[in-house]
Design a binder for this molecule. Sequence first.
Ligand SMILES: Cc1ncc(COP(=O)(O)O)c(C=O)c1O
Length: 401
Amino acid sequence: MDYVYAPGKNHLFVPGPVNIPEPVLRAMNRNNEDYRSPAIPAMTKTLLEDVKKIFKSTAGTTFLIPTTGTGAWESALTNTLSPGDRIVSFLIGQFSLLWIDQQQRLNFNVDVVESDWGQGANLDVLESKLASDGAHTIKAICIVHNETATGVTNDLSKVRFLLDKYKHPALLLVDGVSSICALDFRMDEWGVDVALTGSQKALSLPTGIGIICASPKALEASKTSKSVKVFFDWKDYLKFYKLGTYWPYTPSIQLLYGLRAALDLLFEEGLDNVIARHSRLGKATRLAVEAWGLKNCTQKEEWFSDTVTAVLVPSYIDSSEIVRRAWKRYNLSLGLGLNKVAGKVFRIGHLGNLNELQLLGCLAGVEMILKDVGYPVKLGSGVAAASAYLQNNIPLIPSRI
Ligand SMILES: Cc1ncc(COP(=O)(O)O)c(C=O)c1O
């Protein structure tokens, strides 16, 4: 169906792409420019430095590649590994499944550690694999920090703890697509070797930039990696960094200005305040789900995600109907259940440039839809639970104190 007008704003609550703030939209509304003029390299230089902050890294090298999260995955793998290398990879939902599929199609030897959808990465299995790998055949651990399909956040510090415990040199490659800029992420402290995200997630930009941070160890590995790569080859970028021109091929000028504006907004709010805001949004959503008498797809509190909540519906309801109806009747966009959990869950994305009152609007909409599809919800119950919590916890807006 073509785009169809509806009055008012679309309530965009899918877990990416997310709402783009007005100052970012305005910053991108501009003509093309010569990317070989002195201005674009100068801006790129500061972007590459500033973007390190969202990873909490000072030691890393960053790349802004015209691609999506999937391309950023490919760049992380092909620059650091060689075909046949053994990778331990956790399958916990649709996005980790897709990454594993990519790893297999790129001819790595993937040792898949599977969990029920709704559970986190099985770190006991990782521990036994590391303990029995004295020969260091495992070259990399691949883990999705926040599985967007099920709303599960993995504890990366525990993965680092295990690698250190067994003095294992495997690289730690992390998909931070639905976590970075929203959840606590500490690249250097957790010894992450490659971390990546996509611009359309918590950075609240249009899709189109794969943002990658590589540790010194990952850069060293890239010197000997034998995987075929052309478009994603970090060497081309590094060559142009040295020359001071920065771009091996044409960047999107508009997206670069958008990224500048998005980072300025993030730094103005303060990254830690941004993370705290996401923690409130996540908690408020979970309180509403509980008040509705519904279950979170995420099976344990330790894995609850503050960027997306996957809500399980009773078996007599098709969750896809909830998503369809939300859009058709209330101009509310919710996330579908994917693959194994299709029809069983709908997802509320609460990440990016979003505030608490917007979330309450979404929760009110979900209540009406639940009633529409025959679920006996008390209208206002979720909103009451969420707003009671928020009213006690929302601080003054940092820039208005
Ligand atoms: C955790 C995660 N990884 C990777 C991807 C793939 O990103 P893209 O669709 O930008 O290629 C997504 C997309 O939603 C995601 O949520």
